[in-house]
Design a protein around this ligand. Structure first.
Ligand code: UDP
Length: 151
């Protein structure tokens, strides 16, 4: 089982798409290990988007991410990092594949609704960045055996 980090960005909150996006991820079979609403500090955003610090659009990305609280999720499942990435779609939402969250609901590079960890290594850093150990839950799910059917 892998755990991955998802953030439902301020455009998802403002457009009332939190339930829709969460339902899509949940219906796929991803288990919610952590879920909370939080405001992102400058410090947290500098760390989270450290690969973008110095890019001309970074200040705008930061203020966009602070427009409202975000919804942070830790999702669990076999190969959950790649699975969630595929469901999200590519960064440039206008070009994201139909059927993906960005492809279905977004038109912008910046306002692309959702963040998800891009690799297992990143997920292992991002999950503890956003969740304290006591905010993450391990529990059995009645349908898990049927969901994966041994593979
Ligand atoms: N972003 C932007 N303009 C750009 C590139 C990125 O506004 O030219 C924003 C966008 O919201 C994106 C986030 O910065 O989701 C992080 O960029 P990254 O390249 O890590 O893409 P992601 O992993 O979110 O698809």
């Amino acid at each position: 089982m892998e755990r991955t980090l998802v953030l439902l960005k301020p455009d998802a909150v403002q457009r009332d798409l939190v339930g829709e996006i969460l339902a899509r991820l949940e219906r796929k079979g991803l288990k919610i290990a952590g879920l909370k609403m939080m405001r992102l500090s400058d410090e947290l955003l500098n760390e989270h988007y450290s690969h973008l610090v110095g890019r001309p659009f970074f200040p705008e990305v930061k203020s966009f991410m602070q427009l409202t609280p975000v919804v942070a999720l830790c999702l669990e499942g076999i190969d959950s990092v790649n699975t969630v990435r595929a469901i999200c779609g590519i960064t440039k939402a206008r070009e994201a594949a139909p059927g993906t969250i960005r492809g279905e609901f977004a038109m912008s590079v910046q306002a692309n609704l959702i963040h998800c960890s891009d690799s297992l290594e990143t997920a292992q850093v991002e999950v503890p960045r956003f969740f304290k150990p006591e905010e993450l839950f391990t529990y059995s799910d009645a349908l898990e055996g049927y969901l994966y059917n041994s593979s």
